[in-house]
Design a protein around this ligand. Structure first.
Ligand SMILES: C[S@@+](CC[C@H](N)C(=O)[O-])C[C@H]1O[C@@H](n2cnc3c(N)ncnc32)[C@H](O)[C@@H]1O
Length: 222
């Protein structure tokens, strides 16, 4: 078992505190290590670019950097400015800042299409009437709702990422890992992505309280 990165300086009133979903992600990445290393860590292969959307504390990217592909390039995004700064600190606290950059942006905005080799995304997946507004967050300095509230079916944010996956992922070797809860109807989502030409597999599932969380793997090439 690889150790869980520490997040000593996390301000939990402002940034999502790692929880069952984050830990499911870490466990999954450890299980996927042979697949990822075979795909990306081969001699003479171009250095892979790993992107995490919604860094939060930075625990997932830090774990990946430390244990899965230490020589990859890393970019993380978050809409929450506090998440962006703490992610760098989490990385530093755990010994890694090499090759890691942070963009405060909305989802994919600002990234260059076609270059993402590994996408990691633990989204705001809780169903709610709407997703939070940036205007309101700026006014109230309250960013935590962005971590949880995913609008209709909890899918409003994830759908944007899925709809643009083909634009941003490297289609020959890219792979995306995205977390869902059962209320997101992941089986239906997977089928609709298969109809769009994606290979989709559920790679991990766990009951977390009354929620059932699962992580799904999307790629165009086996
Ligand atoms: C469930 S938290 C996951 C945090 C962290 N990756 C983890 O696993 O512990 C979701 C994260 O997505 C971010 N987020 C929500 N909407 C976003 C958007 N439109 N663009 C970028 N990040 C967003 C939130 O601010 C939050 O940090």
């Amino acid at each position: 078992m690889f150790p869980t990165p520490s997040t000593t300086n996390l301000d939990v009133a402002r940034v999502y505190e790692p929880a069952e979903d984050s830990f499911l992600f870490l466990d999954l990445l450890q299980e996927e290590l042979p697949f990822i290393q075979e795909r990306f860590a081969t001699v003479n292969a171009p250095t892979p670019l790993v992107v995490e959307i919604g860094l939060g504390s930075g625990i997932v990217t830090t774990f990946f950097h430390k244990n899965i592909l230490p020589d990859a390039l890393f970019i993380g995004t978050d809409i929450n400015p506090y998440a962006c700064s703490i992610s760098k600190e989490t990385s530093k606290e755990n010994g890694d800042t090499r090759y890691f950059d942070v963009l405060r942006t909305n989802l994919w905005d600002g990234l260059r299409p076609g270059l993402v080799d590994v996408l990691l995304f633990n989204p705001p997946y809780v169903p709610d009437e709407t997703v939070p507004s940036i205007e309101n967050a700026v006014k109230t300095d309250d960013w935590l709702d962005f971590a949880l509230l995913g609008g209709s079916d909890g899918m409003q944010v994830t759908s944007v990422v899925l709809d643009r996956l083909a634009e941003f992922l490297n289609l020959t070797r890219g792979v995306a890992y995205i977390l869902f809860c059962k209320r997101n109807k992941p089986v239906e989502v997977a089928n609709s992505m298969r109809n769009r030409g994606w290979i989709v597999d559920m790679v991990n599932e766990r009951k977390a309280g009354w929620e059932v969380l699962s992580i799904w793997k999307f790629r165009k090439v086996k």
